[in-house]
Design a protein around this ligand. Structure first.
Ligand code: DGT
Ligand code: CA
Ligand code: CA
Ligand code: ZN
Length: 572
């Protein structure tokens, strides 16, 4: 997705937040939020657009177009600056605490002078909220939980933020004269679901030129440290980026070292010592003579340690060293194995693109099949009806094959607190694929939550449980269930668990995937796209699947269509 669009979307969201804090009408706030989402999802880069061009974007009216044009021209918006001047940044941070809306954040600011999550914590501890209307003891508990959640997510960002930024930086550095190789390492290369900082590695005989280019990047707002071996800086989003430059022949050793994880590296160093070798970011050396043995490629480094090359997504010291020594590393699923996407939306519900545009984009990705799964009627604000679904099905059948992929007509059902879904069996039977997801009642007691998911899995029409834990990274914790019980039910009933590739979900998470696999559970790696640009998020889901040690055979949307459709029918 285009950088400018994300940038503008963030600015409009901030503006909407500030409007909410200053007590503006809900409808006005929603207008900005909707525009933010539309611009974020708009497929073309809006850099350089004028107001007239901006107005062609859905949900962008005259006054927003003018503000955005001003921002694109000048890098700022007068109205936004005015509000920023009135509201301390910490108060806006308060609105990001789950369980605290903007209105109540403003009450806390005005009545108690609370101006950050930390000062709210102190105020609660001091009992300052007692007696404030609308803040009972239960609220205090929720707020403390919300603050903890916010802190856990810390300054870490999800892959959807870090990856495009890292790719832009790598591309910019590769273009610098004297740069021999450049790539990202660290948790990003391991495709961890959250990233603390971005580690970029380059080889060059002239490191200073690279460092100059690095600190001169447009994304940089602060240089933290600058040296010839390592330079660290901070971007506008507050994210730290480290660049390390090593001599050209040290690439393999350096990328192995800085990919980590720390725990994995401790093991590889131990193995080196065991062989009377010494492993560093500069190479693998003889421990006695200090003579360099290998350093050019990762493969050589691993090989001299008596190991096959280990995929970065496995490098967490959770069994990959033992598997490598035993010749039992999994043959991991890759993005190239994927033949289709089984959970996507259109503008019939909350998607931003038409059926035709989504299907054309799926075709451009070379998919053999593609499922459209708009929201079922029980997600009331989406206003789905059976009539609309059937009309969509007819249109989809007309388009089938016209663009390339076989089109599957699906629906994303809502699992109610008892495990029931939106429509009766005879209606569900009309769909090619039913995804069923939890979209409400996230706090049921464990027993009820488990029963709910098991019941949904046993439904003969439900083929995939969508984003099974319902977590939103940094915003909502996973639901609590007896997952082993759920996995058993899914394996027995032939229901796939989704690996939702949306970067703020990545759900199931890798740890649960790995725990589910031995039960014989199958998985669907889906983009849950709400816009054309989201289809490419699939790679984050594949990274997560790899971190869960999955092979292509474990993932139903790598299968040929006939095997897939047999699975989706669940022996009905
Ligand atoms: P993150 O940034 O918290 O998401 O996680 P990582 O794994 O990217 O960690 P980071 O950025 O601290 O370090 C990058 C890699 O460098 C790490 O995975 C392993 C390697 N490394 C090995 N030894 C050390 C060390 O002593 N200090 C640091 N900073 N990195 C080390
Ligand atoms: Ca890092
Ligand atoms: Ca780092
Ligand atoms: Zn959903």
């Amino acid at each position: 997705m285009a950088r400018t669009n994300d940038d503008v979307a963030a600015v409009l969201e901030e503006y909407a937040d500030l409007l909410a804090i200053t007590g503006h009408e809900d409808f006005k706030i929603r207008v900005y939020q909707k525009a933010a989402r539309s611009i974020g999802a708009y497929p073309d880069d809006i850099a350089g657009y004028d107001a007239a061009a901006l107005r062609r974007i859905p949900n962008v009216g005259e006054s927003i177009a003018a503000k955005v044009a001003e921002y694109l021209r000048s890098g700022t918006m007068a109205k936004l600056e005015e509000l920023r001047g009135r509201i301390p940044a910490g108060v806006r941070a308060l609105t990001h605490i789950p369980a605290l809306g903007p209105k109540r954040a403003m009450v806390l600011h005005e009545r108690l002078g609370v101006d950050s999550p930390a000062s709210l914590e102190s105020a609660i501890a001091a009992g300052a909220l007692r007696g404030l209307p609308g803040f009972g003891p239960k609220t205090e508990e929720n707020l403390l939980h919300g603050i903890a959640l916010l802190r856990d997510s810390g300054q870490r960002v999800h892959l959807g933020v870090a990856m495009p930024l890292a790719e832009d930086i790598v591309a910019a550095l590769e273009a610098v004269r004297g740069c021999r190789r450049c790539g990202y390492a660290g948790s990003l290369r391991r495709m961890k679901d959250t990233i603390g900082d971005i580690d970029v590695l380059a080889t060059s005989d002239r490191p200073r030129v690279l460092m100059d280019a690095f600190v001169g990047l447009s994304q940089v707002t602060e240089v933290i440290v600058r040296g010839d071996k390592k330079t660290s800086l901070r971007t506008g989003q507050g994210l730290q980026v480290d660049l390390r430059v090593v001599p050209p022949d040290a690439w393999g050793a350096a990328v192995q070292y800085f990919t980590g994880s720390k725990a994995h590296n401790i093991r590889t160093r131990e193995i080196a010592q065991h062989h009377k070798l010494k492993l560093s970011e500069y190479g693998l050396f003889d421990a006695v003579t200090e003579e360099k043995i290998v350093s050019r490629t990762e493969e050589e480094v691993y090989q001299r340690l008596g190991l096959p090359w280990i995929p970065p997504t496995l490098r967490e010291d959770t069994g990959e060293i033992e598997a490598a020594l035993a010749g039992a590393l999994p043959d991991l699923v890759t993005e190239a194995d994927v033949r289709g996407d089984l959970h996507t939306h259109t503008d019939l519900t909350d998607g931003h693109a038409s059926l035709e545009d989504m299907v054309a984009a799926a075709a451009a990705r070379g998919y053999a099949y593609y499922a459209v799964t708009d929201h079922g009627p029980n997600l009331y604000m989406q206003q789905m009806t059976l009539g609309k679904a059937v009309a969509q099905r007819e249109r989809l059948r007309e388009l089938d094959g016209a663009y390339g992929p076989r089109l599957l007509h699906g629906i994303e059902l809502n699992i109610d607190p008892d495990g029931e879904v939106d429509w009766p069996p005879d209606v569900l039977a009309g769909f090619d694929v039913c995804v069923a997801s939890v979209h409400s009642h996230f706090d049921l007691p464990r027993d009820r939550m488990t029963g709910r998911l098991v019941r949904a899995a046993k439904n003969p029409h439900v083929s995939i449980i969508g984003h099974p834990s319902a977590r939103l990274i940094g915003r909502r914790p996973p639901i609590d269930a007896d997952w082993d019980e759920v996995f058993r039910a899914c394996a027995r009933s032939g229901t796939a668990l989704e690996i939702n590739a949306f970067p703020d979900r990545l759900d199931l998470a890798a740890e649960l995937i790995r725990r589910a696999r031995p039960y014989g559970v199958k998985f669907a790696v889906d983009s849950d796209s709400h816009a054309v640009g989201h289809l490419a998020n699939l790679r984050y889901g594949i990274g997560t699947a790899q971190r869960g040690w999955l092979t292509a055979d474990d993932v139903i949307n790598t299968w040929p269509l006939d095997r897939l459709t047999a699975f989706l029918r669940k022996n009905r």
